[in-house]
Design a protein around this ligand. Structure first.
Ligand SMILES: Nc1ncnc2c1ncn2[C@@H]1O[C@H](COP(=O)(O)OP(=O)(O)O)[C@@H](O)[C@H]1O
Ligand SMILES: [Mg+2]
Length: 456
């Protein structure tokens, strides 16, 4: 895909890769005629080759383009060019809510409610046109750097679905990590806007806690959990709002996304009635120049301060000092594994925020590297990079541990395999390592021994 750099797609010159998602690659591109930046999303060839998907994609891009709403990402064009399926939209120079939560931790209730209310307003506009979003998740709420209080909802109707029975109506199986998918979506039942209400409830949950409702549940059981289990209840004024949005029965949820947004804002501000308004885009040079407070993740208290500092003066004024127990936990560092139980995650013995499984980390993706529960997660880099400290991989599935170590350029050798020396690396676990976790290692020189067994 990187060969597209410098290429022309539908008149846009591809300048840089902005990121990759489940559906393809997003590029920063330039419209040479207007000298304007655009985000061009090129859909992955396996999806683009599905005729049903192609037809729906173009149709839904057209509906999105007609949604003239301040919180809907403006779509400039969509279609096929040289066999590539693309959608071109406004370039948002900033971040997305998933990345913001990952980097800065949970949001203050008022801010979380405000962002969700804006996305809700966009969803109401889409639902009024008969368009169900189907993939509402933090990564699809884009936040411009120049106006972090503003939200653009993107990727309408783009949820990846099984082409075998996806039709022009609303059926179709959903593929991927179902962190935000409604029970009816998991079960492949017919969907309406209330599936988006559920997903937006999950987004609110994630914004308030720093992790998705069933973050600790292994990926293959997540769908089951959405259908049959309750996530840990949230306290505070927004707890009942989230619970209603996450009702298993669509009829028991808020009837519209806007109702959810209003209820969230009312609960967050302590008022019973609130008017949801869409914020005007405000560009303040002062805010734009504010330095990034990266070092703030070092301590819980500093992390709390970082959120206040980086979300602007307005936010700071609104935020009351949080009691110590509710201060956000520091995000995990990408250099060590994270062990989670049902209630807490730790890294090198210290409590950290739960990483978002399949979420981005520094240069890679947070991935499960174990077999069972409780989860062991590692930031697996997408391209190899040298590590100097051996991470704790006790309990990791052998093949995933090997891949992780390969990506860290740590050489390894496996011992074990019982009497016959047969090792099924997809089923066996790493029980101990020599040297032990935390040891300093010379990348590319020393070989780490992995002692493995069927179970430790
Ligand atoms: N309009 C846009 N402007 C700038 N960056 C964008 C835009 N749309 C998506 N991105 C970024 O491109 C990356 C990949 O996006 P996408 O393929 O939609 O991934 P996902 O499946 O996680 O939503 C993300 O980091 C996202 O923030
Ligand atoms: Mg997206």
């Amino acid at each position: 895909m990187s060969t597209l750099l410098g290429a022309r797609i539908a008149g846009y010159t591809i300048e840089a890769e902005a990121g990759r998602g489940g559906m393809g690659v997003v590029y920063r591109a330039r419209d040479p005629e207007l000298d304007r930046l655009a985000a061009v999303k090129v859909i992955a060839p396996d999806l683009a080759s599905d005729a049903g998907f192609r037809a729906r994609f173009v149709r839904e891009a057209r509906v999105t383009a007609q949604l003239d709403h301040p919180n809907v990402i403006p779509v400039y064009g969509a279609g096929e060019d040289d066999g590539r399926l693309y959608i071109a939209m406004r370039w948002v120079d900033g971040t997305d809510l998933g990345r913001l939560i990952h980097e800065r931790g949970p949001l203050a209730p008022e801010r979380a409610a405000d962002l969700v209310a804006q996305a809700a307003s966009a969803l109401d506009a889409a639902h009024a046109q008969g368009l169900v979003h189907r993939d509402v998740k933090p990564a699809n709420l884009l936040l411009p750097a120049a106006a972090r209080d503003h939200v653009y909802l993107t990727d309408f109707g783009l949820a990846k679905r099984d082409g075998s029975n996806a039709s022009a109506t609303t059926t179709g199986h959903w593929l991927g990590t179902p962190d935000f998918a409604a029970p009816e979506q998991i079960e492949g039942r017919e969907l309406d806007g209330r599936a988006d209400v559920y997903a937006l409830g999950c987004v609110l949950y994630t914004a308030l806690t720093g992790h998705a409702p069933f973050a600790d549940v292994p990926r293959l059981r997540k769908g089951w959990a959405h259908v049959h289990e309750q996530p840990p209840a949230l306290g505070g004024a927004l707890g009942p709002v989230v619970a209603k949005a996450l009702a298993k029965d669509p009829a028991a949820r808020y009837a519209t996304a806007g109702e959810l947004g209003q209820a969230a804002c009312a609960a967050a501000s302590g008022k019973h009635r609130a008017t949801v308004r869409t914020r005007k885009l405000v560009t303040t040079e002062r805010r734009r120049r504010r330095p990034f407070v990266a070092a703030a993740v070092l301590a819980i208290a500093i992390a709390g301060a970082a959120i206040a500092l980086t979300t602007g003066g307005e936010e700071k004024a609104r935020q009351k000092p949080a009691p110590l127990s509710t201060l956000p936990l520091p995000p995990p560092s990408s250099t060590a594994t994270v062990r989670c139980t049902a209630t807490a995650c730790t890294q090198n013995g210290h409590r950290v925020q739960a990483p978002i499984e399949d979420g981005r980390c520094d240069g890679g993706t947070w991935s499960r590297i174990d077999t069972g529960s409780p989860p062991l997660l590692a930031c697996v880099p997408s391209t190899p990079r040298a590590a100097t400290e051996l991470p704790d991989i006790t309990g990791a599935r052998l093949d995933r541990a090997e891949h992780y170590l390969d990506q860290l350029e740590i050489r390894h050798d496996t011992s074990g395999g019982g009497t016959f020396g047969i090792i099924d690396s997809g089923n066996w676990q790493v029980c101990t390592t020599t040297p032990p976790a935390g040891a300093t290692i010379a990348p590319g020189h020393e070989t780490v021994k992995l002692f493995v067994d069927r179970s430790c």
